[in-house]
Write a new protein. Structure first.
Length: 239
């Protein structure tokens, strides 16, 4: 069974039973993205952030395997790639951004995406952590110390990827603001059980050498920079 939705907008200051200025928007497009208004100029002119990279990532998706979107934001990767995957699990710990993720999935009428309002990390990080929010678009939020101005904080839950018990992961995209190393430390069983799937991730090799060393020496992946992208890398298992 499939449920379609429309948007009903009401005046914030008016009584809820006042209907003179109701606005109804019916969305008949296949894919709907709820995006932060602060970036509206970019979206209106250039479309989704990393749209060419998302298109490139289709090659790693398989209809019989799971795609993990770790640091999903409002779901541009998840919603765009869902039709090419068996299942998608989208992890987004920041509350407002997670709500936008869920809204986009519902409005897109996609049924193979599971949205998870948790962050991923290592065993040592499991439990409650403080998330530092540094931007109005939901990007850049981190549980680590940051040189950016902290606009707000939230208490979030951290789990290891291994705690979910996945054994059929075919592709991972990871963008978790300096927590990539800890996510992988909590994902060793998942990676092994899934045959070491490819991972696309964002990081700065100059400031996060421990991550790249861990990927290469502890997990046995090769790492290459993705051409045309800033700080985006592809890790694949050595054969």
């Amino acid at each position: 069974m499939s449920t379609s939705y429309f948007l009903l907008s009401k005046n914030r200051q008016a009584p809820i039973d006042q209907n003179e200025d109701n606005q109804i928007v019916y969305l008949n497009r296949r894919k709907v993205f709820l995006l932060p208004e602060i970036n509206i100029d970019y979206y209106s002119k250039l479309g989704l952030f990393e749209s060419q990279l998302i298109e490139w990532c289709k090659q790693f998706c398989k209809k019989d395997r799971i795609f993990l979107d770790i640091g999903a934001h409002t779901g541009t990767y998840s919603i765009s790639l869902a039709e090419y995957c068996g299942e998608v699990y989208s992890f987004e710990p920041q509350r407002a951004t997670y709500y936008a993720l869920c809204g986009g999935v519902a409005l897109s009428d996609i049924h193979n995406i599971t949205c998870c309002n948790v962050g991923l990390g290592s065993e040592a990080q499991v439990g409650k952590q403080t998330l530092n929010i540094v931007s109005r678009d939901g990007g850049g939020s981190t549980i680590h110390q940051t040189a950016d101005t902290v606009l707000n904080t939230e208490t979030i839950e951290i789990r290891t990827l291994d705690s979910f018990g996945f054994t059929n992961v075919g592709f991972i995209k990871m963008d978790v603001e300096e927590n990539e190393l800890f996510v992988l430390k909590g994902a060793r069983k998942t990676l092994e059980a899934s045959g070491f799937p490819p991972i696309v991730f964002e990081s700065n090799i100059d400031t996060n050498t421990a991550l790249f060393t861990y990927i290469r020496t502890e997990i046995g992946y090769s790492v290459i920079k993705i051409y045309g992208c800033v700080n985006m890398y592809l890790a694949t298992k050595n054969v």
